[in-house]
Design a protein around this ligand. Structure first.
Ligand code: PEP
Length: 271
């Protein structure tokens, strides 16, 4: 069965705690804006450190490039030292990464916390990019599906509906993040298909339209193989988003894969 893809592939750059200098952040943002302008068939997103968010958003202005946050609090206000309220992000960030494995491992982010943040982001008009994925010991123990099922169910558990939520799921096997050892596209596709199947049990109509990204050591060289997978609609990119040329190569690969799918012969091959 063929599926109608989301409107556009989506490539999001997670800058993590980089770059440390404001001038470098603005330069990288300008380069990403130029990339987004050159590849308008791709939804291109950058997620800079929170401290640079406002300036980066102002720098890129109204452009094809979307700006996202790397995390946020579920709560609107109060005694949450160091946190950022969705009220502060609304109007500034179009997206927010929620549940990144580094935050799960280092900052005690739980499935329940992810559920609250996903719901809060949606309530504030910010598209959540919910990151899920298994650790290496879980994969070795054959528990990938169980872990992904649990994290996905939790992530959507407090949404009233998936339709209209703007939800994005990023499948990021933890062992592939920053390791230089990406998952095989075939393995990533198996998990992406499982994620879509689970989304379908929650909302059968919306599931085909939810962008599912692969994340974990994506480069300009390996990106296309992921984008050619039927259930992978883009990428969440860490290290590869910190180099303007490499980020552009990944965005260009997403655009080329989408263009290829639109050709009549590609359609015939898929159906
Ligand atoms: C990430 O941090 O979400 C990520 C995928 O990192 P990298 O691309 O560096 O593996």
């Amino acid at each position: 069965m063929t599926r109608t893809r989301p409107m556009q592939p989506l490539v999001a750059g997670n800058w993590k705690m980089n770059p440390t200098a404001r001038s470098d952040a603005l330069m990288l943002a300008r380069a990403a804006a130029a990339t987004a302008a050159r590849h308008q068939a791709v939804t291109t997103v950058i997620c800079p450190p929170t401290v640079f968010l406002a300036e980066v958003a102002a720098e890129v202005g109204p452009s094809r490039l979307a700006v996202g946050a790397q995390t946020m609090a579920a709560e609107e206000r109060g005694a949450f030292t160091g946190e950022t309220s969705p009220l502060m992000l609304a109007g500034l960030a179009g997206f927010v990464i929620v549940g990144h494995s580094e935050r799960r491992a280092n900052d005690g982010e739980t499935d329940e916390g992810v559920a609250a943040k996903v719901a809060s982001a949606v309530a504030h008009g910010i598209r959540p990019i919910a990151a899920i994925g298994e650790r290496i010991e879980e994969r070795r123990a054959g528990r990938t599906e169980e872990v992904v099922d649990r994290q996905l169910h939790a992530a959507v558990s407090r949404l009233e509906a998936i339709h209209g939520s703007g939800l994005v799921i990023a499948y990021e096997p933890v062992w592939a993040i920053g390791s230089g050892e990406a998952a095989s596209p075939a393995d990533a596709q198996v998990v992406a298909a499982r994620i879509r199947e689970l989304l379908g049990t929650v909302d059968a109509d919306a599931a085909p339209q939810v962008p599912i990204l692969y994340g974990g050591s994506v480069t300009g060289d390996n990106a296309r193989a992921f984008f050619d997978c039927p259930d992978i609609d883009g990428a969440l990119v860490g290290g590869g988003s910190l180099d303007a040329a490499s980020f552009e190569a990944i965005v260009a690969a997403a655009e080329a894969a989408a263009a290829h799918r639109r050709t009549p012969s590609a359609e015939a091959t898929r159906s």
